[in-house]
Design a protein around this ligand. Structure first.
Ligand SMILES: [Zn+2]
Length: 254
């Protein structure tokens, strides 16, 4: 009875642990939802991010290095309407990487229309759980080019599927809203960079054979023993044959 109870309890516990990840995985969509807003807010809280209330608080976080300048570059531009061109450092990294890929894929700059917004400057229709005051969200203009919209949507949905960010296509006004999850995104970039370095480094042919050699030496199975016995037998036969084939063979040189 006790073990049955334990099994039941364990399976419920597993369900509880698995559910959020399972719900998030494979559910990439451009539609917003209360759950996605809650998730964005939860990430900000996990990171103990400050939600800035006033322009003065934005300036303070910039001075402390918590928020960094987002000046734009040749790949992405920050539109003139952005009053506070600052965000978390991870968001700047995201903009630089995505902007570069966006430009090379569709030939135009990625346009940022909003970044950090103090609570006192949030628009009237802002969601109460909005993470713009935390500096981890960015809004993008929706391109007029269908190919660019397609590329960006696919790129963002793929990152959302890997739980590195949350993307929503908003209608009022039309834009893409993206909240970047800093820990997961930084880990992803580190993996990407390690993979690129490994690709660029000269090939090491022995590296791939090591695991095979390790499994071979891990233990002798019956096949291995049979093969070993065969090699020994052949070697003995060869030595015997050479030994008995006359002195002239010995002068060949081995
Ligand atoms: Zn937004």
């Amino acid at each position: 009875m006790l073990s049955r109870f334990r099994t039941l309890a364990l399976s419920h516990l597993l369900l509880l642990v698995a559910s959020p990840a399972m719900a998030a995985a494979g559910s990439a969509t451009l539609r917003g939802s209360p759950a996605s807003m809650a998730r964005q807010h939860e990430v900000a809280e996990e990171q103990a991010y400050s939600f800035v209330r006033t322009p003065a608080e934005v300036r303070k976080l910039v001075e402390e290095g918590e928020l960094v300048a987002i000046p734009g570059n040749t790949d992405y531009e920050v539109s003139r309407g952005v009053s506070f061109p600052y965000a978390k450092p991870e968001l700047r990294l995201f903009l630089e990487r995505l902007g570069e890929q966006y430009r090379s894929a569709c030939g135009e700059s990625l346009v940022v229309t909003s970044l950090t917004r103090p609570i006192s400057k949030q628009p009237g229709n802002a969601h109460p759980l909005s993470v713009h005051p935390a500096g981890m969200a960015v809004d993008f203009r929706i391109s007029r080019q269908a190919a660019c919209r397609g590329w960006l949507e696919q790129a963002l949905l793929s990152l959302e599927k890997d739980q590195l960010l949350d993307v929503t296509r908003e209608r009022n006004p039309p834009h893409y809203h993206v909240a970047v999850f800093p820990v997961e995104y930084l880990a992803y970039v580190a993996r990407q960079e390690a993979a690129a370095e490994a690709k660029a480094a000269p090939a090491e042919p022995a590296a791939e054979e090591k695991p095979l050699a390790a499994t071979r030496s891990a233990g002798w199975d019956s096949d291995g023993l049979a093969r070993f016995a065969l090699v020994v037998a052949l070697s003995v036969a060869l030595v015997f044959a050479l030994g008995t084939s006359g002195g002239n063979r010995r002068n060949v040189g081995f």
